[in-house]
Design a protein around this ligand. Sequence first.
Ligand code: SF4
Length: 426
Amino acid sequence: METFAQAGTMDSVTCPFCGLLCDDLSVERDVAGNLNVAKNGCHKSITFFSRAPQAPSPRVDGRTVELKDAVAKAAKILGNARHPLIAGLGTEVQGMRAVMSLADKAGAALDHMNSNGFMRNIQVVQNSGWQICTLTEVRNRVDLLVIVGTDVVSLFPRFFERVVWNRDSMFDQNTSAREVVYLGGRGIDTSAGVAPDGRKPDVLPCDPEHMPDVMAALRALLAGKKLHATEVGGIAVAELEKLAQRLQTAKYSVIAWAAGALNFPHAELTVQNITELVKTLNKTTRSSGLPLGGNEGEMNANQVSAWISGYPVRTSYARAYPEHDPYHFSTDHLLSSGEADAMLWVSSFNPDRVPPKTDLPTVVFGHAHMKLEQEPAVFIPVGTPGADHNGIMFRSDNVVSLPLDQLRDSALPSLGEVLTAIEQAL
Ligand code: SF4
């Protein structure tokens, strides 16, 4: 029987390093546990899997200690805190369940490292609802894809390969005839939007600060309003009129954005203009929004938080029941206002996502390769889900979850094991 200590090639591996969760990778393993993407990788997945297996010791105040001593110190910090913050939350479903249990017991607030973007979407859902689709629907139905202000391939490298220029579709659509429009964004890589037959995507660029005006103008045109201006944000109104007409005549248009990329004040209103114009389009044809996200376990954090507490993250258990506030329970606010008095930071997928600088006592549950400028009170290296241990991960579209497989032997504990030990020591 094959063991993790043997060299081999594993097929149909799921990659957890972006919200697409591609599940068709082939990954080779040598006897030392080094992994190498042999097929269907992208530059992100190659980086993710090629990090050499390491199992550094936990540290307390920079000194190497046994895991039990690091757990005891972390429990002490948490026990002494009145309103601790558990942030980062770069983990899979089981790890997030352990986070929720610990937060409930310790009276902690929860926030994810990508929440600044994600909350733009949440505010729209809470305020007016939306009509969105899955990646599978895009893959099988889209005929016109409009990408709003987002450099898709830098965030989701195989997006076009997997769901736009896929050869097969369930309804025998000629996928190579699909049309792609980039609206907004400047200097973004549009090369992946070139169709297999060489047709280039249409690009209507504008600076990010003009994105709200451009989306509001497009929504107004689709609502039948007449614009007196001849250009909006540097885009000719005639071009926006053409785009409005294309959206009206498309059989199934999809308007995609990554909320994290819409990084300007009150970007939630731009998201709302997208989702409201989708509603308008559905009076006469079919259209859907596609909010892209899910990197660093963002969907896991919000899904698990929602099914356990009733709310997404930015929820606090300080009053012994869950309270949600997208402003007051943000990491930035809790740290800058002094309302948090200890921080636990989780980043098990990505060693580069280090905690924000703070003078608070800090416990880091990090990827084994994490390098920290500021030594925390406690550092506990944890295994990487989908490489060092099994897990479950939600895809960008939030309705599909996929299993992550252990691919090698590892001496590292999972986040769930460590947090459970801390909770028992509290
Ligand atoms: S596109 Fe994303 S999920 Fe797919 S292989 Fe690359 S990093 Fe992994």
